[in-house]
Design a protein around this ligand. Sequence first.
Ligand code: AHG
Ligand code: MN
Ligand code: MN
Length: 336
Amino acid sequence: MLGNKHKTLGEFIIENQSSFQYSSGELSRLINAIRLAAKVVNHEVNKAGLIDILGAAGDTNIQGEDQQKLDVLANDIFIQTLKNREIVCGIASEEEDDFISINSNDEKHQNKYVVLIDPLDGSSNIDVNVSVGTIFSIYRRVTPAGTPVQLEDFLQPGNKQVAAGYIVYGTSTMLVYTTGDGVNGFTLNPALGTFYLSHPDMRFPENGKIYSVNEGNYVHFLQGVKDYIKYCQEEKEDRPYTSRYIGSLVSDFHRNMIKGGIYMYPKSSVSESGKLRLLYECNPMAFIAEQANGKAIGGRTRILDIVPTELHQRVPFFVGSKNMVDKLQEFLDKYK
Ligand code: AHG
Ligand code: MN
Ligand code: MN
């Protein structure tokens, strides 16, 4: 049982604060705010099965409040928490058309970080009691503090991320994050509302035996991806691999990081850029993957080197154990 011999996330944040260069505690306070929002969202996600009892989205509940869809609710919770604590200068979310500027005309607010979030990832799994997640990504703004944030503060390549992480609302709720010095995972003890360091220094095994892809789209994939999938299924000494696909990027990634595997969301003849969003999904997961000895590519390029051109940009995404991603790359390169 996780208990008082394990370090809490709060303790971990304080201990590690001094290791950031020029740390003023701002990033620590920001991660603390995310920790708090995660607990609130966790509480809401856990009630999802009670929808028939509590009322569905669009209904009005007993207190006269409107019931919201969980992805909208998660979005509001993260935005409100970050706004209330005056801890960031801007937020961009998968659920919002445009970025949000915070206290932008107030010179006394010198906050230097922007946050990008996918508040509820895998939202189609909510109704069927399958695990979902939240993904976040943090950058230092490039425009001067005390002025309104601009689009360019958000359109930075992933290699400029200061921190990134995810929360997986699974059989247990876990918060996993990196500040560029390895990846650590914390499990929520729901009775106490405390995250404990349960998975220190998480690392992808270099080789894996799991491949995760929506094979229903197979006929639309590029030949290189098709060939790689056939390679995974081939009868050889260490193959066939096992196919596992939850349909929540966070959960599929989390399993593959622990067990060894590759996650793929390729482009296809029907979706030219794939489905996943560069800023809210691919960049943070790629940063975590690289910090955990894994690899993330978008075809021929490293995900973290892509220079974004728009907030909701989509890219093909391949992430996982190093040797598996390298093998896939070989197949892609055959059809250059
Ligand atoms: P979201 O719920 O934030 O829109 O993300 C869903 C994403 C990702 O989590 C998942 O891996 C992928 O969509 C599944 O897509 P398919 O249903 O096309 O396989
Ligand atoms: Mn998502
Ligand atoms: Mn989402």
